[in-house]
Design a protein around this ligand. Structure first.
Ligand SMILES: [Zn+2]
Length: 327
């Protein structure tokens, strides 16, 4: 049997179109600009790239960081735009866009990159684009339902989920609170909304384990853990949990019975820090010091080391590869 790869299942691509990626981003307001700069700095790139040249520098830097880390590969995510109920584009409301073709191209060129497409199931060409992505060998589909205006409980999307299940595609869906991107409806990130895709037989990874991000967010982790009993093909990732605002979710997903459904993910380029886990009592002081930014500047590696010290079992790092092999 082939050795399973250690995979980070949740890594964002960002670009400015400067090298023809087709990507764009908008950072309205000072707070968003500050966050953007912090992330670019956090992955070790100069903030001057926010003005030009981000496409190539970001992708190259990502591949280099994966190669230098303990991981074998990352799932890199496309990002679609929101659509309204009639299938009209709402691109003006979006903050960033990463086309499927760009992600497919990067995945083809780099063995360290596994491509995840992103398709709003209500866009007029959804079924055709799904076929193109299946054809391109993209095994994962990523959606942020709260930011893309997607209500999973709508019956009209059923053929889309059925085709995904048939193609053994995995749905990586944001669940829980969100602070970085504009939200249309918070209720769309309730994991209970995922019942229709699950009933259609789609394997689903609930990103962030449905926990809170801001203080006033809903916390759906308990509901998600309940759903694990009913749906054997439901998983969740531990992405972005090495942060002050999300570390509270850790204790709910560490117990043994639950740990078996957890998949390792970072949410790169979101900052990674051991401070939240330390304050929650999930990380010792010495492990906190050993994983500081000055000791481990590569945030893909830092997130991996932190998750190990926090107590996520070895199989959480290889589970994504297990899912990818179930074809
Ligand atoms: Zn994310």
């Amino acid at each position: 049997m082939q050795k399973l790869r250690k995979i980070d299942c949740h890594v964002h691509l960002v670009g400015d179109g400067s090298a023809g990626s087709g990507c764009w981003f908008r950072l309205p307001g000072l707070w968003k600009k500050f966050l953007g700069r912090m992330m670019i700095k956090g992955v070790g790139l100069p903030t001057g790239l926010m003005k030009d040249g981000l496409d190539e520098a970001y992708a190259k830097n990502l591949v280099k960081q994966v190669k230098e880390s303990s991981l074998d590969a990352v799932v890199a995510l496309a990002q679609d735009i929101p659509y309204d109920e009639r299938g009209n584009s709402m691109a003006d409301e979006a903050q960033f866009y990463v086309p499927n073709e760009y992600v497919a191209k990067l995945a083809k060129e780099n063995p360290e990159i596994i491509g995840a497409c992103s398709i709003h199931p209500g866009r007029p060409d959804a079924m055709g684009e799904l076929e193109r992505c299946i054809e391109a060998g993209m095994p994962v589909l990523k959606l942020l339902p709260n930011c893309l205006n997607i209500d999973y409980s709508e019956k009209r999307f059923i053929p889309f989920w059925e085709r995904m299940a048939e193609a053994k595609m995995i749905l990586l869906s944001h669940t829980g609170g969100e602070m970085t991107v504009k939200v249309f409806d918070h209720a769309f990130s309730d994991p209970k909304k995922l019942e229709i895709p699950l009933e259609c037989g789609v394997r689903v990874i609930a990103a962030h384990s449905a926990g809170r991000s801001g203080i006033f967010d809903m916390d759906w982790t308990a509901d998600l853990l309940d759903m694990f009993k009913k749906y054997p093909q439901l998983y969740s990732d531990n992405s972005a949990l090495c942060s002050i605002n999300r570390a509270r979710t850790l204790k709910h997903i560490l117990p043994r019975g639950v740990n078996q459904r957890i998949i390792h993910g970072s949410d790169y380029p979101v900052p990674v820090s051991g401070l939240g886990p330390f304050l929650m009592g999930e990380l010792s002081w010495s492990d906190y010091r050993e994983t500081s930014g000055s000791k481990i500047p590569n945030i893909i590696e830092r997130d991996y080391q932190l998750k190990k010290h926090i107590g996520f079992s070895a199989d959480t790092f290889t589970r994504m590869d297990e899912l990818l092999n179930e074809v």
